[in-house]
Every structure is written in C-alpha cells, then in structure tokens.
Design a binder for this molecule. Structure first.
Ligand code: GLY
Length: 351
C-alpha cells in the first residue's frame, strides 16, 4: 500500500492499495469518526461493492444508510442533489457523521457537492472504483452537478477527509471505462513527468499502484499550490478544452477519456505547427493514445468543435487559457484571445 498526504485547505491522506474496501470501517473509525455513514453509490457499483463496504462499516460500529443513483452522467443533476440532501436530513446525519462516495466521478461529484452543502459541510470520504476517479476526480476537492446549461456548472471546492483508492475494484471495469482513466494518466505524463510517460509504455496492470501514486503525487503538488484553480491547476486541463468540445458536440456519447485523448493529440499537433514543441512530441503522444486503444482524431469539423468548445465555462471573458505542450513532461499555460482557439483547432485537425 502507498500513502500520500494532501496539504490544501484541509490536510488528508490518500491510501492506494489492494482490497482496501474490506477494511473501510477501520480506516473510517481511525481517521474520520462519526456514528452514521451514508454511502452514495450507483446501481452497478452497488451490486458489486456496497456489501463489502457496508459490512466493514457495520463491524466498526457505524449505522449505515445508502443512497443509490442510476449509473451515468445524467444522474449528476439538481433533482438527485436535492433528493440526496433530503435523504441525509431524514436520516439525521450530523456534522460529525460521514458521506461515503463509493463509485466513479459522477458519484464522487454528486456526493461531494451534497456533503459540502448539507449543514454547510459534513465529513466526506472518497472511495473511487474507476481508474479515472482514482487518478483524478477523487482528489483535489472539485465537486459538481450539471445544470441544463452544461456540465459541472454548479459546484464547490471541498476537500475530502480521506481517499481510499482500492484498485482491486478496477477488475470489474468495462474496457472503455478503464481506457478513460488511461487517458488521464497520459495527461499527467505529458504535463509533468517524462518518467511517468516512459513507464506507461510497459504494461499498466503490474505497475498500477506505482502509476496511481505518481499521478496523484503530481496532482497533490499542483492542488497544494493552487487549490482554487486560478493558476497552475489549469495544467490539469491539458487536452480538456477541445475534449470538452468533443463531449458536448457528441451530446456526451463520446466518453470523457476518449474526448481528452483526441484533445491532447489535436493541441499537440497545433503546438508543433506553431513551433512550441517538436514533431517527436506529436509522434509520442499519438502512439501512446492509440496504444491504449483511445481515439486520436476528431469526428467533428473545426467549425463544429470551436462552437462547442467556446461554450466551455472556463472561458474568462473573450480570453481562454490553453495548456500547450513544450516537451513530453512539460506543458505551459498560455492565455489567448478566443479567436485563436479556432485557429489552433484548425491546425490540430489538419494532418
Ligand atoms: N480534474 C481537474 C482538476 O481537478 O483540477
């Protein structure tokens, strides 16, 4: 097992290990305390892992209540948010009790947003069961629900009290869901670690613990420096501006990881053409993305993509901050007028 401490507005530990869920109750009693544990999960994860967690929590003296949502992005909505707040209230959760987010990014975001606002904040434990949530969403405190106007339009920065990352849960992931997490791992290599980029050329499964640890070490350092996303944290959006455009164009039929993979390749191609990085960078990232079974080209035209990407909430006025690669393991932030994004997308799509 590996451990990492995050030092942000709250200091907390991340435990990365095999079969940690079996001992969830012990960890919660030692680190978080409280009497009631409210598990928030989705219908698929519920069948697979709620039983293990519930048994462990009950054995450690918790009263356990459970709130189950339908799996998928559409569940991250205001109606479920309000239903969950009522559920916590009906079950008399107090500020010393704990919300347990057991699942992927959708569960983590919805449970986290509810935990941050119910009674102005109760304890929160993230138990990611997808690779993507383990290497990204469960750490760093971003919580959100979607509004009619778009993804993650209401949310908070609210750090968890503990993250239990049990990678034995990834064995039940569909391949495409696992690949979504791989896309974020490639991202970490590109923005901050040529060494990580190099080690993931070898098979991932035997080195999963090490890889998750390295990704979260990078995120931990970035979050410690810029918890509220006004500076360096934006590096974590490498490939995401165009990626969000692809997700939106497809009405979310293209998964987040696939969209980010395309976004990373397109922005790197544009960066090569503008002289920010070498052709080798593009060869490397294209190879990496395709070797993980992820797509590397856009199904949309530059006009379609620009229209969708320009609706992204991270725009600041008529300007946008983009993450531009300079080398494998080194990206920089560049603020530019919105019109330039259109030019970059054109360059990125062109062969
Ligand atoms: N997922 C990007 C971030 O946490 O900032």
């Amino acid at each position: 097992m590996r451990t990492l401490a995050v030092r942000a507005s709250k200091t907390y530990d991340i435990y990365i290990g095999n079969r940690l869920l079996d001992e969830a109750g012990d960890y919660l009693q030692k680190i978080v305390g409280g009497n009631i544990a409210a598990i928030v999960t989705d219908d698929l994860v519920d069948q697979l892992y709620s039983g293990i967690v519930e048994e462990s929590l009950v054995n450690s003296g918790y009263k356990v209540v459970k709130f189950v949502i339908a799996r998928g992005e559409r569940s991250k909505n205001a109606e479920n948010y309000l239903r969950l707040l009522d559920f916590l209230s009906e079950n008399k959760l107090s500020r010393s009790d704990v919300v347990v987010a057991l699942g992927g990014g959708v569960v983590g975001d919805l449970a986290g947003f509810s935990a941050s606002t119910y009674l102005r904040g109760v304890k929160l434990v993230q138990m990611p069961t997808t690779l993507l949530a383990a290497v990204d969403a469960s750490v760093g405190g971003k919580t959100a629900i979607n509004l009619k106007s778009g993804k993650n339009q209401a949310g908070t920065f609210y750090q968890p009290d503990l993250v239990l990352s049990d990678y034995s849960t990834f064995k039940t992931l569909e391949q495409t869901v696992f690949q979504d997490g791989c896309s974020e791992i490639i991202k970490y290599g590109m923005i901050a670690s040529a060494e990580l980029f190099s080690i993931i050329k070898e098979p991932l499964m035997p080195q999963l613990e090490e890889v998750i640890y390295r990704c979260l070490s990078i995120k931990r350092d970035i979050v410690a420096e810029d918890e509220r996303d006004s500076g360096q944290r934006q590096l974590l959006n490498f490939g995401h501006t165009i990626g969000h455009g692809i997700e939106a164009c497809s009405n979310y039929a293209v998964s987040h990881g696939s969209a980010v993979a395309i976004g990373m390749v397109l922005i790197t191609r544009a960066a090569v053409k503008l002289g920010y990085c070498s052709d080798n960078c593009l060869t490397e990232i294209s190879y990496m993305v395709t070797s993980f079974g992820l797509p590397a080209s856009s199904p949309y035209t530059s006009e379609q993509l620009f229209a969708c990407a320009a609706a992204d909430k991270k725009l600041r006025g008529k300007k946008i901050t983009l993450v531009i690669p300079e080398a494998i393991g080194k990206c920089v932030l560049k603020e530019m007028p919105l019109d330039e994004l259109q030019h970059l997308i054109e360059l990125g799509i062109g062969s």
